[in-house]
Design a protein around this ligand. Structure first.
Ligand code: 4LM
Length: 422
């Protein structure tokens, strides 16, 4: 197998986040092309039969089939690994492709995962309805409670898995505290860093073994692709590539998608600064609005996770010019009139689009209980902390005052705001 990810061509490792997002992993081509060529090829010719055999044996590095590795995807993988502070990374066809490839590589029948109570709906469905079909056990634990996590670990536990901030209710998990226990107990820790991005949080530096992403979101950053990325040690990533990706899911990233993600990542820091600054402003405005019951945003002083966010989400020493308000671009909130008021509000919006997904330049709003988290039963949602009245907003890159004005127009449409009964 090719040993991609293990060579350095252009050492940017001591440089800033934005520099790495633009340059890390670059391999100059024969023409000096600034943007890496898109190698749209399924296969690669061997010079000799012996050379091909050596690549299949893993004795010789190189690309031989694009389900295993591809030069364009390889540059993205090395660039992304640098951003996450990881030794290696692998690209996938989707976030779910990366999560499935990772967990199928690491688990066998009889093993147990401890997962946080709040997970993206399809990740929950994959665990609850997919992995369990193959004899894997799932234990859901509130991972904000470190003692409960330690107490839940059994002889069968192999993995601890969580999102922070969690989709959709914005709960934060203390990565360092959970991963320290995981390490001491011999578990593999897997953190879904989609909401934070490596600009705000680098789980590997905090002790995590693996970081998974829906690259569909902030990394791609333009709402025009579906992709996943996973980062970790060279040894784990090679296993995930040759077992989970090559043989189990085949969920391979297209070289064209890798090109689009690299274009998107060049502005990740700039975009995140704007997402964060606008989201902070909107969270404060929503919290002050009479129709709003509660806002869930770690940047708010009222958030129970604010202190942890200051510790875990602040890109210390990385950004030289940022806004200083770094709590991500996602907000969840509930209205006093419940989901009925929520439907009225969302249907009255015109700039902010009613759509799932997140991290796009376009502001997006959706109702988790009937959309992204509809794969939970109502009882499961209740016990996993996903309320029916919750509304999720992905704050985009439009002019901040325009996003706010549209949201205020939506809130004004609620009967309670017009003096009528809610
Ligand atoms: C959504 N999310 O929430 P792909 N991990 C997290 C996610 O939010 C998602 C995935 C993985 C949404 C999609 C409709 C935290 C997806 C899965 O969609 O397979 O790239 O990622 O709106």
């Amino acid at each position: 197998m090719s040993s991609v990810n293990d060579h350095k061509n252009h050492d940017t490792s001591n440089m800033g986040f934005a520099t790495q997002a633009i340059h890390a992993g670059a391999t100059p081509d024969q023409y000096g092309a600034l943007v890496p060529p898109v190698y749209m090829t399924s296969t690669f010719a061997f010079e000799t039969v012996e050379q091909g055999a050596a690549m299949f044996e893993g004795e010789l590095a190189g690309h031989f089939y694009s389900r295993v590795s591809n030069p364009t995807v390889d540059i993205l993988e090395r660039r992304f690994a640098a951003l996450e502070g990881a030794a290696a990374a692998v690209g996938f066809a989707s976030g779910m492709g990366g999560i499935a490839s990772t967990l199928w590589t690491l688990l066998s029948a009889g093993d147990e995962i401890i997962a946080d109570e709040t997970l993206y709906g399809c990740t929950f469905a994959f665990m609850e309805h997919g992995l369990t079909k193959f004899g894997v056990k799932i234990k859901y634990v509130d991972l904000q409670n470190v003692d409960a996590f330690e107490a839940a670990i059994s002889a069968d536990t192999k993995i601890v898995y969580f999102e922070t901030p969690a989709n959709p209710n914005m709960r934060l998990v203390d990565i360092a505290a959970i991963c320290e226990i995981a390490k001491a107990k011999g578990l593999t820790s897997v953190v879904d860093n989609t909401y934070s991005t490596p600009y705000l949080t680098r789980p590997i530096e905090l002790g995590a073994d693996l970081v998974v992403h829906s690259a569909t979101k902030y990394l791609g950053g333009h709402g025009d692709l579906i992709a996943g990325l996973v980062a970790g040690s060279a040894e784990l990533m090679l296993r995930i590539r040759v077992e989970g990706l090559k043989d189990m899911t085949g969920a391979v990233m297209s070289p064209l998608t890798a090109h689009q993600i690299m274009r998107g990542m060049k502005t990740l820091e700039l975009r995140m600064d704007r997402h964060c600054a606008t989201a902070m402003m909107i969270a404060e405005e929503l919290e002050a609005h009479p129709a709003v019951q509660q806002v869930f945003y770690p940047g708010l002083k009222s958030s129970p996770d604010h202190r942890l966010a200051l510790k875990q989400m602040y890109p210390k020493g990385i950004s030289s010019l940022g806004s200083g308000r770094y709590f991500g671009g996602m907000i969840a909130f509930e209205l006093k009139g419940g989901i009925e008021a929520g439907r009225t509000m969302m249907n009255a919006l015109s700039l902010v689009k009613r759509a799932v997904s997140l991290g796009d330049p376009d502001s997006l709003i959706q109702h988790p209980a009937s959309m992204t988290h509809a794969s939970y039963t109502p009882e499961e949602r209740a016990s996993h902390g996903i309320t029916d009245g919750l509304i999720r907003l992905s704050v985009g890159l439009e002019t901040p005052a325009d996003i706010l004005a549209d949201l205020m127009k939506g809130l004004e449409a609620i009967p309670i705001m017009q003096g009528k009964a809610a």
